[in-house]
Design a protein. Structure first.
Lengths: 330, 837
């Protein structure tokens, strides 16, 4: 539905990252997203997972603006709350234009938001707020590690060709505390979250149909991010890659040769919801499983997982393109 | 039951059927009265009662509305959207668009369709439709019946320009929907929108939510329960509709006179039968019921015919009423005229109540007829004569009560006491007329004989003789004439006042305003650069940009406007209630938080010179000192006018709603107009010369009062028909008398002359009485009822030509109404009639 190539920039090697600027919007790129996921616990041990994602999609750069209402960008946002011990998955989505402050990612305001779903930067802290008709979730994130830039030379290549790549930044260990207000009850929560921020103009190549992505937070204070790009014929793209983050926060780039992602037998619809993750060079061989099968959003599966094996921990699993090619727009 | 039915048949049905023409006339008179009331009710509901349909088009189920004078700053939508509450925030642009092909104007609503895509549906819009809504080429959703279908291109006048839009889909509801970005661009709204509707959670209630939201927003922005604007407008229109409804009862009052007259005639004529029936054992109550039943038959038949008539007349009046509403109050989208169960009930209720009440007195009289008494005819007139003194007493009491009510204050903006005074005055004249008729007949009989001969003498005598009957006729006609005269004088005075005011107020040579639909509550603007470009023309000496905004004061809509004080001082001739000069008043406004307010505004809100009024402007609430109150007849909403610099301080949009252009002496208006047309090429702009503007304004004025004239005309038609019917009854009643006259040698020509003279006398009496009563009523209308309802000061003027014309027509109609009865009378066979003796 995107009429033409709107963005002027593509993700190229050598991009000069600058923070906090690069935590916010990059309107010269076509697509951008900010993903917050995390595993949380109440004081009584009740487990929750959450996802709050802000998507930006460039719509028009050619027409001069007549008012704040002109749709230069469409902002989509997804919110999900996985009540793991309550066996309940709830999710919402919303679509907005930038409008007069309806949605955006502004360095000036130190805020990424879509309506009253927002992440406000406050010094080194990030404060998440998400209001729905059922609950209000408020979380504060404090990063234990500096942001990680994935890929090589500042680009995370997704397929062959100049610019078929993204700029990809993560906070891999966000110490999280907050509250969930639901039905007049306030539950205090704590845990660990992960934040991905990615912006790009070209992503999937024509023969790519989707991806499987994992963020793994091990109990030994290391993290692992892996993604596997799938072809229409079922084969795996050699541009699949990952990053290992050691306890001090340094990232190690992994190519598709460095790891193996193997789906297990358990499925939810078309989605394989258990995986074996192997990185021989790091001595990692873990099983990722979920206690809540039905963590499916409108067009992808994204849910909290647990890790057992050579290392233990928790994380998030995202699988796209199993029900038709993935696209951001509804 | 059987005997009573038989009595009803004998005393009522048979005579009714025997005189189908008279029966039909009476029924028609009732039908006309009922029809007018129903028509005004239906048309008023369709035109004035439905004005909310345009504002509320596609409003959905919101709980609160956010508004601000000068439009809601769009960032307010951002503030609301980010509040930590589960709100559905729906920013809206509301305007009108005209479909070029059909010329039809419909509400144009701009909403956030992109956001709406995920959680709401507009008509049959799909999510896929919504996603292309931001297409900047311009896509619209339209209703069926606008002459285009999905995929077509449709030309629409939106704002100043004509644009081509692609129809993306069809809507339920009579409106055009577009994305708010398209609407903002094509209407040039900049950073303002018209309203934001907000849906809140059910708890803790709309008021608490309004309070919470208000505390998060700038003070000039108002958060109110949804529908507040609509109910404000409805409240504003209540007095207008109420006055209209009261006017519509005039025809009914006249109809009541006629019923009274018809039943009276029945009673008088059937005295012998009543006597016989009573002698045969019918009870008093039976006789009373029978005559009330006769009235009820007229009422029911009148109601049935009245409903059909009312429906037809409503179609004619709805456009008139809605154009009045538009020019005086608020944009209106007339709804379909609907006959509901309630309107049928209304028709039957008023018809039956009015006819039965009107018949009560003659029916009671009938029930008092004793079996023995019912023999002679003279007895009744004698009784009427005896009551003359008592009637004059009653008239005096009613007159005194009217004088008291005259000074009563308005109740909730409605001149209840004023109308009570009017009713009392009519009652007063109804009781005074018998004395007037008899007095006149004594004084004039000699004069008439000298002037018109023996037939006139006979006519005059017979008039006084059957006083009771004729006084009711004169009463009916004079009431109708009085209403007509009073309204004629009021409207004539008003018109003259407005003409003089316009001559004072409108001094510029050319006026510019955006083309397209106008109404009192809408202020589309011109290109902001235009005034300066025009001022630079060589033939132009000054321009005065006038800017108006919708605002509300004390829960009622008003207009907030500004102009250039220097230009107004140089050319304007505004007149003030205090009697001060513009040179003294206007400089007080310059750059200050001071305002002048229009007379209707001052009256409505009881604001006087020196008071402070607080208006929400943009983000703030601003207090203005009232420098003076000025005479204004432009609309009834009321104006608050400040210096342009003051307005720009609070509402910085420089665009003007209209521009007055003053020419250099000797400059050609046509040349300058041509130059302006070149500057404004491609825009929908209306350029009016001074005389164009005045002519347009007076056209609006006349259209506004057209409905009033129509109501008066109906009342007069009803009354004249009554005269015809009653004369007919008199002829039939007095056939023995005519027969005897003929037998004694009177020619048919003499008989005709006799009846025509009688009709002429009736008409003359009614005209004189009506004119006198009308003059008093017009003073009441001008100085009490109008002042209390609308707050305008009207200078009293005699619309001599109009009145003379109308009265002549009425008089001629009355005399002509005697032609048919006269024909009947001349056809009487003298031998046969006398034989009856």
């Amino acid at each position: 539905m995107i009429r033409a190539l709107l963005a002027v920039l593509v993700a190229l090697p050598g991009y000069h990252y600058e923070f906090p600027r690069d935590h916010f919007s990059h309107p010269d790129f076509q697509t951008e997203w900010w993903y917050y996921t995390g595993n949380l616990k109440a004081a009584d041990g009740h487990r929750y997972g959450f996802e709050l994602t802000f998507f930006r999609q460039a719509i028009d750069r050619a027409t001069p603006r007549a008012s704040a209402w002109d749709v230069d960008d469409a902002w989509l946002a997804h919110l999900a709350l996985s009540d793991i011990d309550g066996h309940r998955f709830q999710h919402w989505e919303r679509l907005n234009r930038s409008g007069p402050g309806l949605a955006g990612a502004s360095q000036e305001l130190a805020r990424v938001w879509n309506g009253n779903w927002k992440v406000q930067w406050n010094g080194s802290k990030q404060e998440l707020q998400a209001v729905t008709d059922r609950f209000t979730l408020r979380l504060t994130f404090e990063s234990q590690k500096p942001p990680v830039i994935h890929g090589v030379n500042g680009v995370s290549q997704k397929s062959a060709g100049r610019g078929n790549a993204s700029h990809y930044i993560s906070f891999t260990r966000l110490i999280t505390a907050g509250t969930l207000e639901e039905n007049g009850r306030t539950v205090a929560l704590s845990g660990t979250s992960w934040m991905d921020h990615e912006f790009f103009t070209h992503q999937l190549a024509d023969n790519q149909t989707g991806w499987d992505w994992l963020s793994l937070q091990f109990n030994d204070n290391t993290e692992l991010m892996l993604f596997r790009l799938r072809h229409k014929d079922g084969s795996i793209d050699p541009y699949s890659a990952g990053t290992f983050i050691n306890a001090r926060g340094a990232g190690v780039h992994l190519t598709s040769k460095d790891f193996a992602l193997t789906p297990g037998g358990r499925k939810y619809g078309p989605y394989p919801i258990e995986w074996r993750v192997q990185v021989p060079s790091l001595g990692i061989d873990v099983r990722a499983t979920t206690r809540l099968d039905e963590q499916e959003m409108t067009s992808y599966w994204e849910g909290a997982i647990e890790l057992t094996g050579t290392r233990t921990g928790a994380g998030y699993l995202e699988m796209t393109g199993y029900r038709g090619p993935f696209q951001i727009q509804p | 039951m059987i005997p009573r039915l038989r009595v009803f048949h004998q005393l009522v049905l048979r005579p009714m059927l025997r005189e189908p023409a008279r029966t039909a006339l009476t029924v028609f008179a009732v039908a006309l009265g009922v029809g007018v009331v129903l028509a005004i009710d239906l048309a008023g509901t369709a035109a004035a009662g439905s004005f909310h349909s345009s504002m509320d088009a596609l409003a959905g189920d919101a709980d609160l509305e956010v508004t601000a004078t000068g439009g809601v700053p769009d960032r307010v939508a951002g503030i609301l959207a980010t509040l930590p509450y589960d709100l559905d925030v729906r920013p809206r642009i509301e305007d009108f668009a005209t479909v070029v092909a059909s010329g039809r104007t419909v509400p144009l609503i701009g909403v956030d369709l992109l956001k709406g895509g995920l959680d709401r549906k507009y008509g049959s819009l799909t999510v896929a439709d919504q996603f292309q809504s931001h297409d900047r080429k311009g896509v619209v959703w339209i209703a069926a019946g606008m002459g285009a279908k999905k995929g077509d291109r449709i030309a629409l006048v939106v704002g100043e320009r004509v644009g081509e839009y692609t129809v993306a889909g069809m809507l339920d509801g009579d409106a055009i929907l577009m994305d708010i970005a398209t609407a903002s661009r094509d209407l040039g709204r900049g950073d303002r929108i018209d309203t934001i509707l907000v849906k809140t959670p059910a708890q803790p209630g709309a008021e608490e939510w309004a309070r919470r939201l208000q505390s998060a927003l700038p003070p000039g922005v108002e958060v109110r329960p949804q529908g507040s604007r609509t109910s404000e407008n409805r409240r504003m229109l209540a007095a207008f509709r109420w006055n209209l409804r009261v006017l519509s009862y005039i025809a009914l009052v006249v109809g009541a006179f006629l019923i009274y007259n018809t039943i009276s005639v029945s009673v008088v004529r059937r005295r012998p039968e009543i006597g016989i029936t009573r002698a045969l054992g019918a009870s008093r109550a039976g006789v009373l019921l029978v005559f009330l039943a006769e009235a009820a038959v007229f009422g029911a038949a009148g109601a049935v015919a009245g409903i059909a008539l009312g429906r037809a007349m409503a179609v004619g009046s709805v456009r008139l009423i809605s154009s009045t509403v538009e020019s005086l109050y608020v944009s209106s989208q007339p709804a379909a005229i609907e006959i509901t169960g309630a309107s049928v009930l209304l028709a039957f209720t008023i018809a039956l109540v009015v006819t039965v009440l009107a018949a009560l007195s003659p029916a009671l009289e009938a029930s008092r007829v004793s079996p023995v008494e019912a023999m002679s005819r003279g007895q009744r007139e004698y009784v009427a004569q005896v009551h003359k003194g008592r009637d004059l007493m009653i008239a005096a009491i009613l007159g005194a009560a009217a004088a008291l009510a005259w000074h009563g204050p308005p109740i909730e903006g409605k001149p209840i006491f004023g109308y009570a005074a009017a009713v009392l005055l009519i009652g007063c004249s109804a009781f005074a007329i018998p004395a007037l008729v008899s007095g006149l007949s004594i004084v004039s009989s000699r004069l008439l004989r000298a002037l018109l001969g023996v037939e006139a003498l006979l006519a005059s005598r017979s008039l006084a003789a059957s006083l009771r009957r004729t006084s009711v006729l004169v009463g009916a006609l004079s009431t109708a004439i009085a209403m007509m005269t009073a309204v004629g004088i009021m409207v004539g005075s008003f018109r003259e006042t407005v003409l003089i005011w316009m001559d004072n107020q409108l001094k510029a040579d050319l006026y510019l305003r955006p083309g397209g639909r106008t109404s009192a509550d809408r202020h589309p603007t011109l290109d902001p650069g235009l005034p300066a470009q025009i001022a630079a023309l060589s033939g132009v000496v000054a321009v005065d940009p006038f800017r108006a905004y919708e605002t509300s004061y004390q829960g009622l809509p008003a207009t907030f406007g500004s102009g250039n004080i220097s230009v107004a001082l140089r050319f304007g001739r505004a007149r003030f209630l205090s009697g001060r000069n513009a040179e003294d008043v206007l400089p007080e406004l310059r750059g200050q938080d001071a305002a002048i307010v229009s007379e209707p505004f001052a009256n409505k809100h009881r604001v006087r010179r020196g008071d402070r009024i607080v208006l929400p402007l943009g983000d703030r609430k601003v207090a203005f000192r009232v420098a003076d109150v000025y005479y204004d007849y432009a609309n009834e909403r009321g104006y608050v006018i400040v210096d342009r610099a003051t307005m720009l301080k609070y509402l910085p949009d420089p665009a003007a709603s209209n521009v007055a252009v003053y020419l250099r002496p000797g400059a050609s208006a046509n040349t300058v107009r041509g130059e302006i047309e070149r500057i404004a090429a491609g825009r929908k702009i209306l350029i009016l010369s001074n005389s164009n503007l005045k002519a347009d304004a007076i056209k609006v004025f006349d259209r506004t009062f057209a409905i009033t004239y129509a109501l008066e005309a109906v009342a007069v038609v009803v009354a004249v028909m009554g005269i015809a019917g009653a004369l007919l009854a008199l002829v039939i009643d007095r056939r023995r008398e005519f027969g005897l006259l003929r037998f004694l040698g009177a020619s048919t020509a003499q008989i005709r002359k006799l009846i025509l003279v009688e009709a002429g006398l009736l008409g003359l009496l009614a005209n004189v009485a009506g004119l006198a009563l009308g003059l008093v009523l017009s003073l009441l209308l001008v100085f009490v009822i109008n002042k209390q309802s609308f707050g305008w000061t009207i200078q009293f003027h005699w619309p001599v030509a109009v009145l003379a014309g109308a009265l002549t027509v009425v008089y001629a109609a009355t005399v002509l109404a005697g032609l048919y009865p006269a024909r009947i009378a001349t056809r009487l066979n003298p031998i046969e009639v006398v034989h009856e003796e």
